[in-house]
Ligand binder design. Sequence first.
Ligand code: GLU
Length: 513
Amino acid sequence: MTAQDPNHSHPPARTRFAPSPTGYLHLGGLRTALFSWLWARHTGGQFILRVEDTDRRRYVPDSLDDILQGLRWLELHWDEGPDIGGPYGPYVQSQRTALYREHAEQLIASGHAYRCYCTPERLAALREEQQRRGERTGYDRHCRSLSPEERAAKEAQGLPHVVRLAVPLEGTTTVHDLLRGPIVTDNRQLEDAVLLKSDGMPTYHLAVVVDDHLMAITHVLRGQEWLPSAPLHQLLYDAFGWEPPVWVHLPVILDPSGRGKMSKRRKVVDGKEYLALVREFMEAGYLPEALFNFLVNVGWNFDPEREVFTREEAIQRFELQEIHPAPAALPYEKLEWLNGVYIRQMDPTELKRRLLPFLSRQLGIPEEDLAGDSRLDRLVPLIQERIKRLDEAAPWLDWAFVDADALPYESPNVLLGRKLSPEQSLAVLRKGHEILQQVEPFQADAIQAAFRAAAQEMGIKAGSFFGPFRGALTGKRVSPPLFESMEALGREQVLRRVERAIQALEAQLQRTP
Ligand code: GLU
């Protein structure tokens, strides 16, 4: 990895993305991963992937695959992680439980934590009582003051227990957030949080602190929803005698109206639906380039004067200090626009490659067949200007991949030229059929020239003359450019389609003399 920070104004950072396999990757999660990755790359450091899977109850089996797939799609490659290992492994918390237990023991020994034998029943009753009295609910530190004899007796009985942090009863705890400065919390507001559960599994608080320290993480970027946990983490760092990392709590992401949070699920705002899951953006045909560009500007700003930039440029300019802590509304229409920009500037061969899975799924044609279909090579450049998402290509192109006899007509009128009667339209089609049989070469310019001449000869406006052929060829009123489409389809297919249109009009005229 080459250093991206030529002035060495920042030493190489170690950042991590620490997803829990409890749900699919959403935009907020991807933005956290992206900023962590950017900072590691900007400073020439490392980006680490760690799986925080200690909450077995909320485990969603295919979520980890989904998360990894989303990161790979955006090309946020990690330098250390569960699949590739690294010097600080293992990178899956459920494989590190011995470490957490050791550290919990260490805190018990130093007086910073204690075993709590309270039963779930006692805790429930306590909670009820607190609620009844209108008090703040929370653990009453019952087991914190057990005498050594009482403790020994509970131990002798082999009672199940958790380990709790002994939060200082007085004073304050200060968290330094890079974007928000010092945040001071009165320790009396903090609960003796559970560090180790009765099954020996750590809670998030213990595991995250132990791992960030042992993995030598220098900068922790995470969603703002973790800010309330930060004082507990600070207390844990203090208890262990460790330096905390630099904390950067990223701004909340709001829906486009700016009124509500953009959550983990797609959301309807003012009658429009907005996607939330990364897999939904993939399926809708957004490009990773566009989403990358878009997300970089959610909470940070590359340059107010420039909307489009490359990954390398983003890496070079990215600065943690410049992240704006205020909630950031998602301008989805900008994503839509960016996606169109990236599609238009893409090499057509590459665009075809990316369209294959979409067209295959939407048209029901195997990808291999489409890949080898030369018509597609000719058609893709024709729609490049017209689509903003990869899933929009199929309706522009579906007509080309059905047999002439099976082509559906959008409406019976689709074969009529503008302001032309059925008889005139039929005459136009017959004339065109003659031309299409003979014109050489069978290329857009030559066909168009011949059609224009014929239109003039018949005293019909060129646009009206072309109309019936658009209908004959595609069955639609709106299509990619007509003559290029003819060239792409080839003479034989075009003639068959025009013949079928002639028959259809003839039949129509016979029915309504
Ligand atoms: N596992 C936590 C999550 O799923 C990570 C929080 C953190 O980054 O500290 O969001």
